[in-house]
Design a protein around this ligand. Structure first.
Ligand SMILES: NC(=O)c1ccc[n+]([C@@H]2O[C@H](COP(=O)([O-])OP(=O)(O)OC[C@H]3O[C@@H](n4cnc5c(N)ncnc54)[C@H](OP(=O)(O)O)[C@@H]3O)[C@@H](O)[C@H]2O)c1
Length: 284
């Protein structure tokens, strides 16, 4: 008979705890930046299908070609381009229909597409405010709502589906202020992280776990302008407690964790990916 210590040490099939073998994922804003980094991680962790969606068809196709050239995918695994403007509910509904042409279920939804706007307090424009809130909050909700039937199809107590939402440290702390203030963006990211907590409680019993990411600065197309205005990559890295900016593998590894068996009891949480920046700036 196994001793109590043996029973406690015996974790079933630990080597596969981060494996996503055979899982089907959808990534909004998957054509570049954080979404593309995550797509690479999901495919290399074993996903069989990763749907890449963003507005521009050519960008989605180029991302899929790069992903489909990764040497260590599972045999037959593929990235599939499904362009759509996820700021519009009608487009999200069309996206679901396109995805359904290739699969009868989805295991992972990475709701990551986002937009920002920089303008001073006195000039912050109402149209931009609405555009940012629509894409960063409303479209995330409707994306999760419209994909829920596919997410539920194979989800179980033992193997729940996953939703990961990209927030930002700007939704936890104060975002950019002054001439290039990001009021709508910061508010949208706080909102979407709180939305994620609400959905975690609503959808947990339906075997869909929902968690948020709160990245600090990662050098992507969206962040490049603000990073330059905030002192440039070198000085931002030096002002970060771990002395660097975010890397592709930081996003890939965290998203894989949040979609794997290893995080099966994590629901409604936010993982801050900022090297400790939000805890306080290192003095230069
Ligand atoms: N980089 C950072 O430092 C940082 C920090 C915190 C949070 N974030 C968040 O991370 C997420 C990804 O940003 P990123 O930094 O990776 O920026 P990025 O490289 O500019 O990528 C943005 C992605 O979103 C897509 N997109 C934009 N509008 C869309 C729409 N209406 N419908 C569908 N797709 C759309 C873009 O493709 P198309 O142009 O083809 O649509 C692109 O694939 C965003 O939510 C952002 O707020 C980034």
């Amino acid at each position: 008979m196994a001793s109590e210590a043996q029973a406690q040490a015996d974790i079933k099939d630990f080597p596969s705890i981060f494996s996503l073998k055979g899982k089907v994922a959808v990534i909004t804003g998957g054509s570049r930046g954080l979404g593309l980094h995550a797509a690479s991680g999901l495919l290399q962790a074993g996903c069989s299908k990763v749907f890449i969606t963003s507005r521009k068809a050519k960008a989605c196709e180029e991302a899929c070609a790069a992903l489909n050239a990764l040497p260590n995918r599972q045999p037959g695994a593929q990235a599939i381009s499904v362009p759509a403007d996820s700021s519009k509910v009608s487009e999200i509904e069309r996206l679901v229909k396109e995805v359904e042409k290739h699969t009868d279920h989805v295991d992972i939804l990475f709701a990551n597409a986002g937009a920002t706007w920089g303008a001073s307090f006195d000039t912050h424009p109402p149209d931009a405010f609405s555009k940012v809130m629509d894409l960063n909050v409303k479209s995330v909700f409707y994306c999760i709502q419209k994909f829920a039937p596919l997410l539920e199809r194979r989800a179980s107590l033992e193997d729940p589906s996953r939703v990961v939402v990209t927030g930002s440290v700007a939704g936890i702390n104060i975002g950019s202020l002054g001439a290039n203030a990001t009021y709508a963006y910061s508010a949208s990211k706080a909102a979407v992280l709180h939305l994620t907590r609400n959905l975690a409680v609503e959808l947990g019993p339906r075997h869909i776990l929902c968690n948020g990411l709160a990245p600090g600065f990662f050098p992507t197309k969206m962040a490049a302008g603000l990073m330059e205005l905030s002192g440039g990559t070198k000085s931002l890295a030096e002002a970060t407690p771990n002395q660097r900016l975010g890397l592709p593998e930081d996003v890939a590894g965290t998203v894989v964790y949040l979609c794997s068996r290893a995080s099966g009891h994590v629901n409604g949480d936010t993982i801050v990916l900022d090297g400790g920046s939000s805890l306080g700036r290192v003095k230069l």
